[in-house]
Design a protein around this ligand. Sequence first.
Ligand code: NDP
Length: 239
Amino acid sequence: MERVLISGGSRGIGAALVRAFATKGHRVAFLYRANTAAAEAVAAETGAIPIQCDISNPVAVHMAVAKATETLDGAPTVLINNAGVSHIGLSRDMTDDEWRRVCDTNLSGAFYLCREAQGAMIAAQYGRIVNIGSMWGKIGASCEVAYSATKAGLRGLTTALAKELGPSGITVNCVEPGLIETEMNRTLDAETKAALIEETPACRIGTPEDVAEAVLFFSDRKASFITGQILGVDGGFAI
Ligand code: NDP
């Protein structure tokens, strides 16, 4: 049984990850930013422990990992960096605050969590870290420059950390979803969705459960010889 810490577990892909790990009998704690009602609903359904934490704040992350360690009866053996935010708009119109919000959450937040969680993993000579990137980090999305840049940054974080932590028995991998049916895409109109599906070899939008399966694979003890890998879960969109 693993002790699993998932960021952004209150909704969407993160909630599916909480369900997937809890169903397998693992102890799960998850972070969320503000949506307490959604977090409590996921917690009630799965038995997982909700912890409010804005991952763009390094002090809050330090305290949240300490709380997770206490409530899980030990430090996390699996860390899933899932929380993320998007921003759609022309790059020339983007304010400094909008740029920072995306970078501080998607990239810095993942870094802070990796930094906090790795000490106990190194001491135990075991750990699994999975970062949730995006196919836009591979191929870039027009009008999502900051988002694409942070997700490309997660590719570098993944490969560099895999090399740094490999000797300590810790694997670091990245899952890059394509278009997945969650609230993040609530602003996409039907026409845009249809156009994206048209370009997807699998001819459909993905589900949070599609992503969860790939994350479970990387998080398994048996996946000990797989590290620094980036796996697209995008129905073939980005090939
Ligand atoms: P949602 O918008 O549905 O959920 C986002 C989750 O992240 C929520 O739990 C939210 O908490 C949490 N969160 C956001 N900001 C912070 C923060 N500063 N601190 C802590 N938690 C935070 O997103 P998805 O489920 O769609 O996306 C999950 C991940 O998958 C993201 O990294 C996203 O970039 C990536 N992804 C998604 C795709 C998609 O099509 N949906 C495609 C490719 C990648 P709260 O509920 O409190 O707001």
